[in-house]
Write a protein that binds this ligand. Sequence first.
Ligand code: BDR
Ligand code: CA
Length: 310
Amino acid sequence: MSTEKIILDCDPGRDDAFAIALALASPGEIALLGITTVAGNVGVELTQRNARLVLELCGRPDIPVYAGADRPLNREMVDAVDFHGNSGLHGIDVYEPANPLQPEHAIDYLLQTLTDAEAASITLVATGPLTNLAIAMERAPDVMARLKQVVIMGGAQRAGGNITPAAEFNIYADPHAAARVMRGGVPLVMFGLDVTHQVLAGNAEADNMRRHGGVAANALSGLVLPVSEEHVGPAQTPLHDPCTIAWLLQPELFQTRLVNMEIECDSPLTQGMTVVDMRAKTGRAPNVLWAHDVDGPATAELIISRIMAL
Ligand code: BDR
Ligand code: CA
């Protein structure tokens, strides 16, 4: 494959760190141009710091990091500190890295980069709430239309929710932004809990990374904190966010279907639910390439082995 140029919009976040590391571990296939961060798992002042720290730990402090939206469009902020810790990177020692935050706002960086690039030459990978994308789409839809595609970790159908019974965290955290992105007219590819709950790592993988991996794997191994709270089995944790990068590397690991997806924004019971029309019942135009199945063990192996070799 030719090198995929990506911008990663994220909220690190333990599994976001693995998405960053996997991208850096795949220089033959992926060129990470920059990272934009958003409020999500923790506040944006921490997600931007964590992105810079992960880049430093991976030996790539040269990649620029831009801070974006500090709150959702139209709801109070929800975080995920119960899972990611107060720092956002529970499981490793966190400190202020040497590489500086860029002065430009994330949305200005994104729009300028797309304006300067050839049309359809950049993929945006989004592994946090979709606030930055939604604001950029509102501000400059013609510029965002220059994206090749947006590859998103978010949503759930069969799996049910992980923050409420109906909703997955990234979509619940800013459902209005997600709804706007669904209507944005840019090709979307989505990896929700239906697949990410099959891509698992536990103590064996963490030990392997620590003992046999390179410097970056060793530094990040503490982030594989096995939990059973997501009901995916004991002592394993889902590698949600790196599934996006894994698909760019080896799309044959996933089964996908072009579907219509709408986001529930208003119902107190199901806010943030992704309504996936798998059987084309609604007659609404398809807007998302939805990953509904995955070879979980092979995808986990791809993620861990690449990061170990970084
Ligand atoms: C998603 O929510 C966040 O907590 C994770 O980083 C991931 O992006 C999983 O629902
Ligand atoms: Ca995330």
